[in-house]
Design a binder for this molecule. Structure first.
Ligand code: HMG
Length: 388
């Protein structure tokens, strides 16, 4: 029985800032941002969007009424949770109108959360092939204005509908994983911003990839030459290239070029959104599938998930015949066409606005956010969402 990704949806907030403008404003060489880091545009999340509304906006692209009755699991991977008790998944379940006898919960392990959810969903559907799971990664990456991490901020959500006989990607039971307690990136619950040891986090990302890739080869006997493409968690698009470069010499020149070409395709969307944490690997997969014309059914795609702190995982999937028909290509084009560019000072203004921390009330204006779902108010320590 094949289990995997049947549908995938993506949402990014309605504003973005241009990275050349940001570099100029910060007194940096724009080449550092666009080439050294590899980012062109950065999504900016207004108060009217949070992890719940973004998750629902992504999932609305994916599910229909038949799916609503088939979903038994609603899993939200996030590291931007706003409640230490209640999960974002329970709000998402309600806002999407999913059948009531479902399990809904949140998973946290930095950017790895959605991968844990995906593997759990795959196992569940393997045991219950007539049922389905909804796995979402939704996050806002915030390091602070004019900080070293600012250039790697972003925000957005990915939603994946997991079924038997999937129409996009069949997931293999071949994952290798690795956990080690390190302090490369973390966010104490009293802090709005992530703490990060930037260069150490880069080193550990590459080291974790090396570890799980070695374990993968030992476990499966597969070689790099058997992969058409590798997708990576992309905190910024240069990062995956560093990891890929260290293994490229394991294959011949022609294959190296093909893998690099596919790597470029896998960065197109991430380059214009920034780090979306838990959804980032799956945004890269979506980017590859929508941007590459050189893929075909049966091709094997490797996926490297990394969540700081840290957990790494490598696994693979094979493309299903007709996968192109099930991609949200038009919706992605519309989403990018409808985003509005804002100036650096407008970005700073939006970034500096925060929701009440003391129980006071706030009604949030829509301004130019025409997304189907928005956060509309905070009252009595509760969040209220509006649809339509
Ligand atoms: P930095 O110190 O500002 O940048 O930090 P740098 O000096 O290292 O320069 C970056 C690159 O730009 C270098 O290239 C420079 O040579 C190049 P590299 O040596 O790396 O190949 N450069 C230029 N290139 C062209 N033209 C120029 C130019 N000038 C310099 N003029 C850093 C960068 C990413 C560390 C920082 O932004 C940061 O701390 N970001 C946040 C942490 C992060 O994203 N880490 C990634 C790995 S950890 C991870 O992926 C997990 C994460 O998603 C969290 C989670 O799991 O929840 C973050």
């Amino acid at each position: 029985m094949n289990i995997g990704i049947d549908k995938i949806g993506f949402y990014a907030p309605p504003y973005y800032v241009d990275m050349v403008e940001l570099a100029n404003e910060r007194g940096d060489d724009p080449g550092k941002y666009t080439v050294g880091i590899g980012q062109e545009q950065m999504a900016v999340t207004p108060l009217s969007q949070d992890i719940v509304s973004m998750a629902v906006n992504a999932a609305l692209q994916v599910i229909n009424d038949t799916d609503r009755n088939k979903i038994d699991l609603v899993i939200v991977g996030t590291e931007s949770g706003f409640d230490a008790s209640k999960s974002a998944a329970v709000y998402v379940h309600e806002l999407l109108g999913i059948q009531p006898h479902a399990r809904s919960f949140e998973i946290k392990q930095a950017c790895y959360g959605a991968t844990a959810g995906l593997q759990m969903a795959k196992d569940y559907v393997t045991l219950h092939p007539d049922r389905a799971a909804l796995v979402i990664g939704s996050d806002v990456a915030r390091y602070g204005l004019a900080t070293g991490g600012e250039v790697t901020q972003g925000g957005g959500a990915i939603a994946m509908f997991i079924t038997a006989n999937p129409r996009i990607l069949t997931l293999e039971a071949d994952a290798t994983f690795y956990s080690r307690d390190i302090m490369d990136f973390w966010r104490p619950s009293y802090s709005e911003y992530a703490m990060v040891d930037g260069q150490y986090s880069n080193e550990q990302y590459v080291a974790f990839f090396a570890e799980v890739w070695k374990a993968y080869k030992e476990k499966t006997g597969r070689t790099l030459s058997e992969f058409e493409a590798l997708c990576f968690h992309l905190p910024y698009t240069k990062m995956g290239k560093k990891a890929l470069s260290q293994v490229l010499t394991e294959t011949d020149d022609e294959k190296q070029q093909a893998l690099m070409n596919h790597y470029q395709a896998s960065t197109v969307l991430n380059r214009n959104v920034g780090n979306i944490y838990t959804g980032s690997l799956y945004l890269s997969l979506l980017s590859l599938l929508t941007a590459s014309e050189a893929l075909e059914a049966g091709d094997r795609i490797g996926l490297f998930s990394y969540g700081s702190g840290a957990v790494g995982e490598f696994f693979s999937g094979t493309l299903v015949d007709g996968y192109l028909k099930n991609l949200p290509t038009t919706k992605i084009k519309e989403l990018f066409a409808n985003r509005k560019q804002i100036s650096v000072s407008q970005y700073e203004d939006i970034f500096s606005k925060v929701l009440p921390q003391d129980g006071s009330e706030l009604t949030i204006p829509a301004e130019e956010d025409a997304s189907p779902v928005r956060l509309v108010a905070v009252k009595e320590h509760k969040r209220f969402y509006g649809i339509g």
